[in-house]
Ligand binder design. Structure first.
Ligand SMILES: NC(=O)c1ccc[n+]([C@@H]2O[C@H](COP(=O)([O-])OP(=O)(O)OC[C@H]3O[C@@H](n4cnc5c(N)ncnc54)[C@H](OP(=O)(O)O)[C@@H]3O)[C@@H](O)[C@H]2O)c1
Length: 440
């Protein structure tokens, strides 16, 4: 358990949680001692508070389902509740429940990651995300909180950062890792997933190696590892495929991935914006070269869940590749804070005006599930991705968003809730626009 300088819970900032926590531990110990007393018959043994909660979840759910439907979910929810460590803070939305058991962590090739990562596209992007350097101190806090909470996957790219801020997201991550003051073991588990842009001048495998270690592009003469101040990346990913417009470049990009893997510059490799056909091709090419494809990143959310996403997910499951869900909040449309009459400024506003009017049904289902579960709308939208077997990487711009999104962990929507959300999403006349480089 950690305390904020003010003495409260470091995640939800709630008052004297250390006191609450100690009281809970003391109570648990008493329960354990009591239960291990051979004089107490088994029927008289008391459950600890987590177990009581789990039982009540089960009873509530079974009274709704009335059958064995969703028994697996119930078991899983019960298990999650038992295995989570509570910060002791009474605030229900507190994200301080962490310490996932091995069963809840996710294997991504050789990496072990939390069921959710954080995306950092906004960290340096002024055009779409209104980034200002004055946000950096808070972004460091966002990073620290995530790492302390067990979130260890951070997604970035060598093209993130607009204009002279190009590379800013990687630079900030490098600085935040260096300045991280928390637990060394948590710091060692950080996995940075960056993406190499398929720029038209990257025509040879060597260009990808350079991009990884020491590309000579403005504003600084280093590649991703230099900006990140790291010797090795968690995952090196191709940001997009050139197959749609420069197929001759595609093989060089694939060989570039092979080279960075063989040189030990990355622990694992991945691709992004690859559709089912191109994914199967790149997988079999890399397999022949002895390079396992560990991750595929596509736009995957309640408003980006069509036949292609389903097919990519099925291929991932077949081939043992982990699906990373980018834009899981639909660029903010699934947070509940925007409506047709209240859209963000800039290019996002124009997009939201086209899509949001058709999302009323989905938004009301999201809101009703969130209310019933005492969760936020964002937490429900992110949790849906986790329930579909993907690792969502929501973008976060502030500490309050980070805290909120951390509350998407350690619980699961029921199968019925997942189905309700998908039914509501299917009524939307138009879904999210897809990345222009997305292949079939
Ligand atoms: N491979 C690719 O081509 C690709 C493409 C896109 C994204 N990505 C990756 O995926 C990550 C996530 O996607 P994304 O950033 O595009 O979109 P997203 O995760 O769907 O939405 C993120 C935005 O929603 C708002 N938000 C987040 N949490 C919130 C909360 N709890 N409450 C209220 N608002 C909240 C914030 O914007 P506002 O506060 O401004 O509304 C935030 O920047 C990116 O950062 C990037 O790493 C990859």
């Amino acid at each position: 358990m950690w305390e904020s300088p003010g003495g409260g819970c470091v995640t939800c900032q709630h008052g004297s949680s250390m006191y609450d926590w100690q009281a809970r531990v003391a109570k648990r110990r008493t329960t354990r001692e009591r239960n291990s007393d051979p004089k107490i018959p088994s029927h008289a043994r008391t459950e600890n508070s987590d177990e009581r909660r789990a039982t009540s979840v089960e009873l509530r759910a079974s009274s709704v389902t009335g059958s064995s439907i969703g028994a697996r979910e119930l078991w899983r929810e019960r298990w999650d509740l038992r295995s989570s460590r509570f910060c002791g803070c009474p605030a229900d939305r507190c994200a301080g429940r962490w310490g996932w058991r091995v069963q809840q962590q996710v294997k991504m090739g050789p990496l072990t990651v939390a069921p959710m990562g954080f995306g950092t596209w906004a960290w340096g992007n002024q055009l779409l995300w209104n980034y200002e350097p004055s946000m950096d101190a808070e972004l460091q806090q966002v990073f620290d909180l995530a790492v302390e909470s067990g979130v260890n996957l951070f997604d970035t790219a060598d093209s993130y950062g607009t204009g002279t801020l190009n590379g800013r997201s990687e630079l900030l991550l490098g600085r935040f890792i260096r300045d991280f003051q928390g637990s060394e073991s948590k710091k060692n588990r950080i996995a940075i997933a960056t993406k190499f842009a398929a720029y038209p001048w990257r025509l040879t495998p060597g260009q990808i190696v350079k991009a990884c270690k020491y590309a000579r592009h403005f504003p600084i003469a280093v590649g991703s590892l230099g900006r990140l101040q790291l010797d090795q990346l968690g995952i090196g990913q191709l940001h997009w495929s050139a197959a749609n417009y420069a197929p001759f470049q595609e093989r060089a990009l694939w060989d570039g991935l092979v080279a960075v893997y063989q040189e030990g510059l990355v622990k694992a490799v991945g691709v992004s914006n690859y559709g089912p056909k191109q994914l199967t091709r790149v997988h079999s090419y890399l397999e022949k070269k002895g390079v396992p494809l560990s991750a595929v990143q596509i736009q995957f959310s309640l408003i980006s869940y069509g036949p292609d996403q389903k097919e990519v997910k099925a291929i991932c499951d077949d081939l043992g590749i982990k699906l990373i869900a980018y834009s899981p909040l639909g660029l903010g449309m699934l947070t509940g804070k925007y409506s047709a009459s209240n859209v963000p400024s800039g290019p996002r506003g124009a997009l939201f005006k086209q899509i949001l009017p058709g999302l009323e049904n989905l938004q009301s289902v999201l809101a009703s599930i969130a209310k019933r579960r005492n969760k936020s709308v964002s937490q429900v939208a992110i949790n849906w991705c986790i329930c579909k077997g993907a690792v969502p990487i929501p973008g976060v711009k502030s500490l309050s968003q980070a805290r909120d999104n951390l509350g998407a962990l350690n619980w699961r929507l029921s199968a019925q809730e997942v189905a309700r959300l998908e039914e509501a999403a299917a009524t939307a006349p138009r879904g999210m626009i897809q990345n222009i480089f997305q292949t079939s």
